[in-house]
Design a protein around this ligand. Structure first.
Ligand code: FRU
Length: 625
């Protein structure tokens, strides 16, 4: 055994010109063990102490597959290229078992020497223990990696990263027929870390294509959320129609950085003059738009710990002037303010326009954890002023009444004056614990925002499913109209194809003051119950028995939405994917997005009326293509 190690070492030491050391080792003979061990072909592992290991790449292969164990602590990996640190990543390298492998791309380093200097933090009594770690023998060079998406809870029709952790969607823009979606991505594991901008694009908001990551950490820090615009008039000087992105560089402090793309967002160049905005306190998630009325760029920035949004203006996207702030003491204040978005919308049925300020907040959402609040008001190019209600107060309004809708922002430059938004379909309370492994989290379905006047005279924002989603509809598996229901539930089968994913339309009407239960159940005894309450004008969603719920005490929950209709009926459009249910009510006047993890698909929808007879109509169920 010893001689084998020594022979292989000889190669390596010779390669490094350290022949003397070999001679020395040979003289010491069997009484001396070297620190080296070997992984697979082309990967040399050299343990230097209980918390430090070197991994040298000597073979060929596009990727080095890094074995990850989620429950293990993070190791700090300095990637040395020709002796210089190129980047540092944090990876939960496997100790007792390998949960999955993540690819580390070696393509940029072809024909260079690559050495990983790995620092671990675990307590070890001796090197023998370190050598037993599962990661070392599983480090593998490969030209491919697993993209099979085999996991049970991988959505069928929601956007997810190909692998690894994802949180906020950000930097989205539409150009030349394509919707570009960037997202907070950890390419080296399925928990939050190593933030970069991952990239996907779509021609129809339904089918997504994955692209290589576009912006990764540099000396200023990790790459947090931001936004992009198409610079049609070349105001920044990077060329007409260049894509300009602003993002937060999060190192020891948070500062705002600029990058631009001359190839429609496929690759970005980091601006050498970064950072372009610095403040004395934590601020992040720059979100900008062109303000045509005032011929200027406007930027909203989350002054996170101060629970307010800051507004800046600029003429060249590089130099920004602070104009005002909004939020101190207003709306939900129980968490940090993050990911702002500011845009103008028409009020349905009138020619009037109003501004909407989206303020994501974490925690402090209506059902715990993260959620998206918004304010309706006016913006004069410098200052945002929220509308007050009849009592003179500024009401807290929520974009979605589920637990799994966060970091929602819109696409810039969307066609036909559309305001299309997408959220992260999870909640910071348990996002890292949900029962998936190779990937974590998906986006919500894209939604179209509009304004409507509520019965209380206030203006609210509706979010209806984007029209492109009609394309998902497959076979109409059920079409039922005008049926009465009583206490005994009427049951209907849900489609079983494609893992049971489907879209359901349903109108429910009952005597004013009564309630109707809509239940989704499977053969494992798991269920989701929605209750329409016509006296409170609410729809609730109970996921306490929906399937796997015990990974976090914050997951089992009942969420409740106002129906924005004082009558005695509600009209629902429900999208079920492998691990989520999105309920759009009354044409998007309210939405509830909740994750669910049933151990088998829900196979039955049943409707029962607690009081007298209720009526269901327009019940249509479509399988999903
Ligand atoms: C919101 C957020 C942002 C930040 C990003 C970091 O979920 O906290 O404020 O930019 O996530 O990943």
């Amino acid at each position: 055994m010893f001689s084998l190690i020594l022979n292989q070492n000889e190669n390596r030491y010779t390669m490094n010109g350290l022949k003397n050391r070999i001679t020395c080792l040979m003289m010491l003979g069997a009484a001396f063990t070297t620190s080296a061990a070997f992984a697979s072909e082309g990967v040399e592992v050299d343990h230097l102490g209980v918390n430090n290991t070197l991994v040298r790449i000597t073979g060929d292969g596009r990727y080095l597959l890094l074995p990850v164990q989620e429950s293990n602590d993070e190791a700090k990996v300095d990637v040395l290229v020709d002796g210089k640190i190129d980047k540092t990543i944090n990876v939960r390298l496997a100790k007792s078992k390998v949960d999955y492998l993540v690819p580390f791309d070696l393509a940029p380093y072809k024909d260079h020497s690559v050495l990983l200097n790995i620092i671990t933090t675990q307590d070890r009594s001796n090197i023998r223990e370190v050598k037993e770690d599962a990661c070392w023998s599983n480090l593998t060079l490969s030209d491919t990696f697993d993209t099979a998406n085999k996991e049970y809870y991988r959505p069928v029709y929601h956007h997810t990263p190909q692998y690894g952790w994802m949180n906020d969607p950000n930097g989205m823009f539409y150009k030349d027929g394509e919707w570009h979606l960037y997202y907070q991505w950890n390419p080296y594991g399925s928990k939050w870390q190593n933030m970069t901008w991952g990239h996907s694009s779509s021609k129809d908001l339904v089918n997504w294509e994955h692209h290589p990551m576009v912006i990764e950490a540099n000396g200023l820090g990790a790459v947090f959320s931001g936004s992009s615009v198409v610079d049609k008039e070349n105001t920044a000087g990077f060329g007409k129609d260049a894509v300009i992105s602003l993002y937060t560089s999060a190192g020891r402090s948070q500062v705002q950085s600029l990058a631009h793309s001359e190839d429609n967002g496929q690759t970005f160049t980091i601006y050498p003059g970064n950072p372009i905005i610095t403040l004395e306190s934590e601020a992040r998630d720059p979100n900008m738009f062109w303000d045509e009325a005032n011929k200027q760029w406007v930027l909203s920035l989350a002054h996170a710990l101060d629970h307010e949004m800051l507004f800046f203006t600029s003429h060249d996207l590089k130099e920004w002037t602070l104009q005002s702030s909004f939020g101190k003491g207003i709306g939900a204040q129980d968490g940090v303010w993050e990911c702002p978005d500011l845009f103008k919308l028409k009020i349905d049925g009138t020619g009037e326009e109003k501004w909407v300020l989206v303020c994501n907040i974490n925690p402090g959402g209506p059902f715990g954890g993260s959620a998206t609040q918004y304010f309706v008001g006016d913006f004069d190019g410098k200052t945002f002023k929220a509308d007050t209600d009849a009592t003179g107060k500024i009401a807290t309004k929520w974009m979605d009444y589920g637990k799994d809708h966060y970091a929602t922002v819109s696409w810039s430059d969307a066609p036909d004056n559309r305001r299309t938004l997408i959220g992260w379909m999870s909640n910071w309370q348990y996002a890292a614990e949900v029962p998936t492994l190779q990937f974590r989290s998906s986006n919500t379905l894209p939604r179209e925002a509009a304004l409507f006047k509520g019965d209380d005279g206030q203006i609210y924002m509706s979010s209806a499913p984007s029209p492109e989603l009609l394309k998902l509809r497959g076979k109409l598996t059920l079409n039922v109209s005008n049926k009465s229901v009583g206490r005994k539930a009427r049951e209907f089968a849900l489609p079983s194809s494609n893992g049971g994913v489907c879209e359901i339309l349903l109108d429910v009407e009952c005597k004013k003051g009564e309630t109707v239960d809509i239940k989704f159940a499977n053969k494992a005894g798991e269920s989701v119950t929605m209750k329409y309450d016509s006296s409170k004008n609410t729809l609730s969603f109970d996921r306490r028995h929906s399937g796997i719920v015990d990974f976090s005490q914050d997951f089992p929950a009942v969420t409740v939405a106002p129906t924005f209709d004082n009558g005695n009926s509600v009209s629902l459009r429900i999208f079920i994917d492998k691990a989520s249910m999105e309920v759009f009510g009354n044409d998007g006047k309210f939405v509830m997005t909740n994750l669910v993890f049933p151990t088998m698909p829900y196979s039955i929808i049943s409707v029962a009326a607690e009081g007298h007879k209720a009526r269901i109509d327009n019940l249509k169920i479509y399988s999903i293509n």
